[in-house]
Design a protein around this ligand. Structure first.
Ligand code: GAL
Length: 396
């Protein structure tokens, strides 16, 4: 099975944690269709941890909790499929899941078969309570192989939080996406630190196995399982823009049954989603700011040249049709800009080409043109961003 775009969907964990039920999942599937999310490309409905009984049955099979899921998982899968959506579930490479339910260690083949029989299309595979006697890569290869032989196409979503050098071995396991971060929570501090931790991993990103920056907190507004504090509209916009630009899978984490208009505006911005779903899936790269003093002595794994690059990054991605996605992010606590520091030349368009850029702001629709080869963007509010699709046009 080959996945050539970052998966889009919804996952129960961020809002509901262990407080999940058949009714909530089925209604979320309804809303996925009715709200227009499906039409935007979101397709997976994923049940995270806490869906199982604490004991396996006499044949060693996982059993869905009959109180939470009275009709069993096949019923849930059938319902989700009847809506034209796909069904995701969760297990763990350890003895137990992170919340203490049975894990798949030594049951990989039985569980892969069970998931296939239930009609599962996506498996998130966690890393808690794993044995120290088997390496991480072997644990993930076990499940990767079992899923590939389960008789059903099941997307394999590895969730070892980037630990044990996940990036170096994860593609070999058959994982279609891999968690490159620790757990997100619904706060600006979390978004900022996850975002800034991702820079060094971009060379591992792309078709075959996408870097998964964790589920979105857009629209949680401080409510739910990881709802600590909440974020502002601008912060959620930055979060969504950055996850989209870095080709992360976009798994919604809010309660989609109660989305505000603001939340919908973010999650359903089709132009931003196009940047995420661009067919070429090129590696995002840093654009050098003219103010930067390059630190020649930077060690290979050191993410940033300077604080400037860390706090006011300009990130670009070449798109399939020759356009360029460009994001400018203000992680600082004050208004800031790139007034005379962002040269078109630095993204690969020299003045000698006779060309320049037409930048369309994907949130406001505003068009911006460089002046003498310089993209002039002043006064970006703290914790906010500008995200553009840049077209190459003739220099008049
Ligand atoms: C964590 C994982 C979270 C969630 C949780 C469930 O390890 O990163 O995304 O799945 O376990 O217990």
């Amino acid at each position: 099975m080959n996945i050539n775009r970052p998966p889009l969907g919804w996952n129960s964990w961020n809002t509901f944690g262990g407080n999940i039920s058949e009714d909530m999942i089925l209604r979320s599937a309804d809303v996925m269709v009715e709200s227009g999310l499906k039409e935007c490309g979101y397709e997976y409905i994923v049940i995270d941890d806490c869906w199982a009984m604490k004991e396996r049955d006499k044949d060693g099979r996982l059993v869905a909790d009959p109180v939470k899921f009275p009709h069993g998982m096949k019923y849930v899968a059938d319902y989700i499929h009847s809506k034209g959506l796909k069904f995701g579930m969760y297990s763990c490479a350890g003895y137990w899941t992170c919340a203490g339910y049975p894990g798949s260690f030594e049951y990989e083949w039985i569980d892969a078969k069970t998931f296939a029989e239930w009609g599962v299309d996506f498996l998130k595979y966690d890393y808690c309570y794993h044995t120290p006697n088997v390496s991480a890569e072997t644990l993930y290869r076990r499940m990767g192989l079992a899923l590939a032989n389960s008789g059903r196409d099941i997307l394999f979503s590895a969730c070892s939080w980037g630990s044990d050098y996940t990036r170096q071995w994860v593609k070999s396991t058959g994982a279609h996406m891999w968690r490159s971060t620790g757990d997100i929570v619904d706060s600006w501090a979390s978004i900022k630190s996850l975002a800034q931790s991702q820079i060094v991993f971009q060379e591992y990103n792309g078709q075959g196995s996408f870097n998964d920056m964790d589920m979105l907190v857009v629209g949680m507004n401080g409510k739910g399982n990881v709802g600590v504090g909440g974020c502002t509209f601008e912060e959620y916009k930055l979060h969504f823009s950055l996850w989209a630009l870095l080709s992360s899978p976009l798994m919604i984490g809010c309660d989609i049954r109660n989305m505000s208009d603001e939340t919908k505006k973010i999650l359903m911005n089709k132009e931003v989603l196009k940047i995420n779903q661009d067919p070429a899936c090129r590696e995002p790269f840093f654009v050098l700011d003219r103010r930067l003093k390059i630190n020649e002595n930077r060690k290979p794994d050191e993410p940033f040249y300077s604080n400037l690059e860390k706090e006011l990054p300009i990130i670009a991605k070449f798109l399939d049709n020759g356009d360029i996605a460009i994001g400018l992010f203000n992680f600082t606590e004050s208004k800031a800009g790139w007034g005379s520091h962002f040269l078109v030349d630095t993204i690969g368009l020299p003045i000698t080409s006779g060309k320049t850029l037409e930048l369309t702001d994907l949130w406001s629709g505003e068009k911006i043109y460089p002046l003498n080869g310089v993209v002039k963007i002043y006064e970006c509010d703290p914790h906010s961003c500008r995200l553009f699709r840049a077209k190459i046009i003739d220099l008049k």
